[in-house]
Write a protein that binds this ligand. Structure first.
Ligand code: DGT
Ligand code: CA
Ligand code: CA
Ligand code: ZN
Length: 584
């Protein structure tokens, strides 16, 4: 799918136009980019089927934007945007991604101090040259320093939600290209390894492993480096090649023969720390373990290497799923046969957090329900924002009641059970954003913090604990409030939060939004020791979002969770019991 690529094009153009202080156009471009990102249908396929008319049928896309898209799909570029980029100062788009640095401020920096790139800006901040500039001052210099640091940190690693689809696309493109070039090469065994296979929340680089006979390997490598998305070839060999894609991501490909496939898969999946522990066990047992196989130390005879399973088995260990391979006690547990039976995708029966066009979602209630039903769920909860969330178009009581009516009507037309829910704001004093007589009518009440992130720890802890003591709250939404690479978790005493959740029988959310993944794996592990229940939710804002479940599931598995730990694996009747709301 080219959707992300096309969206990126408009985001970039919007940034440059904003810098040039062009009015309204940047907003229109960003809106179009958002629509394209969330389309859920291949934009290229739409264009192939219906031409430009198909494009203009997408909301937010008018004639001229459709022309640009068509031009891009036909020629791989947009003449007008190319000219824009040429005229814009180098590095402008990157600079605009620094928080707190809008187009106006940037122009000032360029005019007064000649700052054109991120490294210019860093130099100026370090030398305190902004301090004396009108409209900046010491405080904003400090803020910028922090924003730069954050930007660099987040750009060093890629979010799982970006890396995973990208790896899948590269793998299928490589398979197709190899097939076209030489039908004898079938690449049926090709897989992403490294931190991506372990489903870590951020990925340094993408590692791919493929099985092929020695004489086929060079041809596979030729195909890899000639993929259309490859920008730079860093290294090309017959067993390993490294490239950088046009959008900046680094990918390593390794090609190994069948007798080493399992050993290489084990080795390149990591983590490094897990591998070191494993290798020591091998040595203790008189073996030698490498990426080529497991060998008897004395004779050098290979005793395993085809599959990962046989390697773990030969070392006296139960098979360890990739998500657990972080040297957090999994090897000991495998030796004692006490590994958890991790929750599986097929265990999930529903999704308990999503938004529709009633609040800030992009798809209608009916569309969301239809998509959830198609995914095979038994139930979903519709949880639009509560009334205080003005920026997110939060629902006044009237509108919430109107939604209930529509849900009742739609319930007759769908097989899936539709639960009436709300993502209710936890207000400053820990109270909830609807009165009790409304809350008790709801099947699912998700309580979330959306304001006052800078509160001191004691206050934030009190606020959340108070909410957890509310008898009508069911789930604590995105419990740490972090945004990956953009906002740290708020200061809060998680021990007290988990304690209160356990004491009051409240469920803790694992939010699957790629930009959130909240709770993260470490906090899940901590929370688990309090003997409380979790749910894995998508917090979808469109039908596309409903498929983010796998990211949250990955974090749950990294947090050692089993089916029973997660309430949206329960049948609807059991769930409703947990969420019962006494009327008096
Ligand atoms: P990343 O890319 O930083 O998110 O993390 P990984 O885990 O993907 O690390 P990467 O790409 O450097 O290497 C892929 C795997 O290869 C890694 O998980 C384990 C294995 N590996 C790499 N270097 C070493 C090493 O020095 N010793 C051992 N035992 N394994 C290594
Ligand atoms: Ca990697
Ligand atoms: Ca690597
Ligand atoms: Zn929220």
């Amino acid at each position: 799918m080219k959707n992300r690529e096309v969206a990126e094009l408009f985001y970039e153009a919007a940034d440059i136009l904003e810098y040039q202080q062009v009015e309204w156009k940047p907003r229109a471009y960003r809106k179009a980019a958002q629509m394209i990102e969330n389309l859920g249908e291949d934009i290229e396929a739409i264009y192939a089927r219906k031409g430009k008319t198909g494009l203009t049928e997408i909301p937010g896309i008018g004639e001229s934007i459709a022309d640009h898209i068509a031009e891009y799909l036909e020629t791989g570029k947009v003449e007008k945007f190319e000219n824009l980029k040429e005229k814009a100062p180098l590095g402008a788009a990157e600079l605009l991604e620094i928080r707190g640095l809008g187009a106006k401020k940037m122009k000032k920096l360029t005019d007064a101090l000649g700052i054109k790139t991120l490294s210019d800006l860093k130099d100026a901040v370090t030398a305190h040259r902004l301090k004396r500039l009108e409209g900046f001052g010491e405080k904003s210099e400090e803020n910028l320093a922090r924003a730069i640091e954050q930007y660099e940190k987040s750009h060093a690693r890629i979010a799982l939600g970006k890396a995973l689809p990208l790896a899948e696309e590269v793998i299928s493109a490589l398979k197709a290209l190899c097939q076209d070039t030489n039908p004898k090469i079938d690449l049926s065994k090709i897989i992403y390894t490294g931190s991506l296979r372990r489903l870590k929340e951020t990925i340094g680089d993408i590692d791919i492993l493929a099985e092929a006979e020695k004489e086929e390997a060079p041809e596979v490598m030729n195909c890899f480096v000639s993929l259309p998305d490859v920008d730079q070839v860093i290294l090309k060999g017959s067993t390993k090649s490294s490239v950088i894609l046009r959008e900046g991501t680094a990918i390593d490909l390794r090609v190994v023969p069948p007798e080493s496939y399992g050993a290489a898969l084990q080795y390149f999946t990591g983590s490094k720390e897990h591998n070191i522990e494993l290798r020591n066990i091998a040595i203790k047992n008189g073996y030698k373990l490498s990426e080529y196989g497991l060998y008897l130390k004395e004779s050098g005879e290979q005793i395993a290497g085809n599959s990962e399973e046989e390697i773990y088995d030969r070392l006296g260990l139960i098979y360890i799923p990739p998500e657990l391979r972080e040297s957090r006690g999994e090897i000991k547990a495998a030796a004692r046969n006490t590994l958890p039976r991790l929750i599986e995708p097929g265990d999930l029966r529903g999704d308990l957090h999503m938004h529709t066009t009633y609040s800030e979602g992009k798809d209608s209630l009916k569309t969301m329900i239809g998509r959830a039903e198609a995914l095979g769920y038994e139930y979903i909860a519709v949880t639009d924002h509560s009334r205080s969330q003005k920026v997110a178009n939060g629902l006044e009581i009237e509108k919430l009641k109107a939604q209930w009516e529509e849900i009742d009507k739609l319930s007759k037309r769908f097989r899936i059970k539709i639960l009436k829910g709300s993502e209710v704001d936890i207000l400053k004093d820990g109270s909830l954003d609807y009165p009790d007589e409304i809350l008790r009518e709801l099947d699912v009440v998700v309580g979330s913090i959306h304001s006052g992130f800078a509160s001191p720890e004691r206050k934030m802890t009190e606020r959340i604990v108070t909410a957890l003591e509310h008898r009508y709250l069911d789930i604590l939404g995105h419990p740490s409030g972090r945004l990956l690479g953009r906002r740290e978790p708020y200061a809060v005493n998680f021990e007290k939060v988990f304690e209160a959740a356990a004491a009051n029988g409240k469920v803790i959310e694992i939010n699957s939004q790629p930009s959130r993944l909240d709770l993260n794996d470490e906090l899940i592990l901590r929370a688990k020791t309090f003997d409380l229940k979790f749910c894995i939710s998508t917090d979808s804002h469109s039908t596309t979002g409903l498929s983010f479940m796998r990211y949250g599931l990955g974090q749950a598995r990294r947090g050692w969770l089993e089916k029973e730990d997660v309430v949206n694996t329960y049948p609807c009747s059991r769930l409703k019991e947990i969420f019962t709301k006494p009327k008096t």
